[in-house]
Design a protein around this ligand. Structure first.
Ligand code: IPE
Ligand code: IPE
Ligand code: MG
Length: 250
């Protein structure tokens, strides 16, 4: 996998999102339509993620958050859950040298509750190894749930109040400091593959004013060009954040 491919140049974007959150969905359907098992679909998603990371770097995106395993995914068969746990570990281990080379900083967003300790250890090791990298921040959402993250922050604040350490009002800023990665900027572009039009509990707090782009492409078919298509769509959107902006209707 090449980071810069002279034959694959990103278009000139009018604006580039600082933070993209991506729901990597459609692995199962991709596999089933080829007569393969769901796990083969997950395997095919690895190259897509790497290519999308490269595409994000080339486009000048600073933060990419990838939904790899949700707090709801425990409902899947024990075989699939077991596969996904092992697979998350494997991918982190197999790809961390390449991501090091690309100056990517890996971070984990998610809960340790129920998550296999060996997966937590692998995520923490990847965080440690890449801590000094200054390029793209790649947040891996593993055992992540938006509601759980909000509850986690609320509980932390309650705990601090109990200890008498909570100074002043509970502001958005104070609340954000208790999220899984407090320095994570708000999501600008929320992207989902596979044609499903829902958030599935991803980035509920961070994406409150994101632009949503839903593409029909299944995750294993995603490439950096697909990402660039989504960024182009984003760059055409007029973000108002509640403000008013009069323009001629054309
Ligand atoms: C996304 O693909 C990967 C995970 C949720 C881990 P799916 O496994 O949800 O694929 P579909 O939606 O069944 O096609
Ligand atoms: C969301 O996809 C979770 C991940 C991609 C990791 P799902 O396939 O689990 O979501 P639903 O079931 O369609 O909402
Ligand atoms: Mg799915």
């Amino acid at each position: 996998m090449k980071l810069f491919d002279p034959e694959r140049n990103p278009p000139k974007f009018a604006k580039v999102p600082e933070h993209i959150a991506v729901v990597m969905d459609g692995n199962g359907r991709w596999a089933n339509s080829r007569g393969l098992t769901r796990t083969e679909g997950h395997r095919a998603g690895e190259a897509a993620l790497l290519d999308v990371v490269a595409g994000a770097i080339e486009a000048g995106v600073k933060n990419l958050t990838a939904y790899a395993f949700s707090t709801e995914n425990w409902k899947r068969s024990p075989e699939e859950v077991r596969f996904l746990m092992g697979y998350n570990k494997e991918v982190l281990r197999r790809r961390r040298d390449l991501l090091m080379e690309w100056n990517v900083r890996i971070r984990w967003v998610g809960s340790a509750k129920r998550l296999w300790p060996s997966v937590v250890a692998e995520l923490q090791e990847a965080e440690r190894l890449t801590a000094k990298n200054t390029g793209l921040v790649l947040n891996m959402a593993v055992n992540y749930g938006g509601r759980q993250e909000i509850l986690h922050a609320a509980s932390a604040l309650v705990e601090r109040a109990r200890e008498g350490k909570l100074k002043g009002a509970v502001t958005e800023k104070a609340f954000s400091r208790e999220l899984y990665q407090p320095q994570m900027p708000d999501v600008d572009l929320f992207l989902r593959s596979s044609g499903e039009i829902r958030t599935s509990n991803f980035m509920l707090w961070e994406a409150s004013y994101a632009e949503y782009v839903f593409l029909d492409d299944l995750w294993p078919d995603f490439t950096r060009e697909t990402l660039w298509r989504a960024i182009e769509e984003y760059s055409k959107r007029q973000r108002r954040f509640g403000n008013a902006d009069d323009r001629p209707i054309n």
